[in-house]
Design a protein around this ligand. Structure first.
Ligand code: AMP
Length: 309
């Protein structure tokens, strides 16, 4: 199954306890595409400027990502810069330049319109909406967003939320969007806005998923050396949807696996700057960490649970 991913393709300037990096390849769609490519075919829909290098195109093509929907137009590629706190637990956006995204109106090909699994990566909610309305063959649509859009484009974001199945969002942003501090209440409020599934990312603490059949909590893999958390959220979302497309059904069981796959991939992403670790990771490294995570969270067999309670 193919996954269609729209979102930002960017150059990032990053500043944190492990140093500064400039012009790092990033963007929500870039991280999500590489992550999803481990499990399914990926078609990327985005725009870049004349400054976008061939090397980045070949990296994505090398991951099997279909680049037919990646337009190159005159102007500069999207740019974002952020600074992390010393404990890497929070970050401040220093600058966001939409550049070529200001006037991007994607026209999807027939095969892209037929794609069943769709990810509306973090980008202007109107652009997300524009893409989802063209996806006539959609079966399952997830979206991501961030404070920049929650604050600046709230009405447009609310409209997008009415057309998706799942929202992937971080804890702070879930509070901002819902106005509720408690995470359970926040998820309930967001589900009332449209998505029947809400996956809340909690950084180094993992993720918690609210869906019609209940709640699932997945811890993050305990990473020893976190270098740069940029893109961890998009990597989570891309891995999550890539796995669901591979499983080709969305059930409470596949959702659980998808969350663990997403957190496993995100744990690699944070080990180096930008995409450096994610592009190098192998299928067997992913499988090994997935198995380890399964061992880490296991605490009782069903019989043991029954004996206790
Ligand atoms: P994450 O760390 O998962 O939140 O994703 C970070 C990535 O999101 C960076 O590579 C940025 O280029 C990209 N990004 C940051 N702000 C925005 C925005 N307002 N719209 C779209 N992408 C963004």
């Amino acid at each position: 199954m193919t996954v269609l991913i729209v979102g930002s393709v960017a150059f990032d300037d990053l500043d944190g306890p492990h140093g500064k990096r400039t012009d790092v390849l990033g963007g929500s769609a870039t991280y999500a595409s590489v992550a999803a490519s481990f499990f399914s075919r990926v078609a990327l829909v985005a725009v870049v400027g004349e400054d976008f290098p061939e090397s980045a195109m070949s990296m994505l093509a090398g991951k099997g990502v279909d680049l037919v929907g990646l337009e190159r137009v005159p102007g500069r590629t999207f740019r974002w810069s952020g600074r992390y706190s010393d404990d890497l637990a929070s970050r401040t956006t220093l600058d966001t330049q939409l550049n070529v995204f200001e006037s991007f109106r994607p026209a999807l090909s027939d095969s892209h319109r037929a794609t069943p699994y769709v990810m509306l990566g973090n980008i202007h909610p109107t652009l997300q909406r524009d893409v989802v309305s063209q996806c006539e063959g959609r079966r399952f649509v997830i979206a991501d967003t961030m404070n920049f859009w929650i604050e600046g484009q709230n009405a447009a974001l609310r409209e997008t939320l009415r057309h998706i199945d799942a929202l992937v969002i971080n804890e702070e942003e879930a509070r901002m969007l819902s106005g509720a501090h408690n995470i359970v209440r926040a998820a309930e409020a967001i589900r009332a806005m449209g998505p029947r599934i809400v996956a809340i990312k909690r950084g180094e603490y993992g993720a918690i998923v609210f869906e019609p059949d209940g709640v699932f909590v997945a811890p993050a893999y305990p990473v020893r050396d976190v270098v740069d958390p940029t893109g961890a959220g998009d990597t989570f979302a891309g891995g999550f949807l890539g796995y669901l497309a591979h499983a080709s059904e969305v059930t409470p069981a596949t959702l659980r696996h998808a969350v663990v796959v997403g957190t496993t991939l995100a744990s690699f992403c944070v080990e180096d700057f930008g995409l450096d670790r994610l592009v190098r990771v192998t299928r067997s490294e992913i499988a090994a960490r997935y198995r380890e995570l399964a061992r880490i969270v296991h605490f009782a067999t069903e019989d043991e649970v029954a004996r206790f309670a």
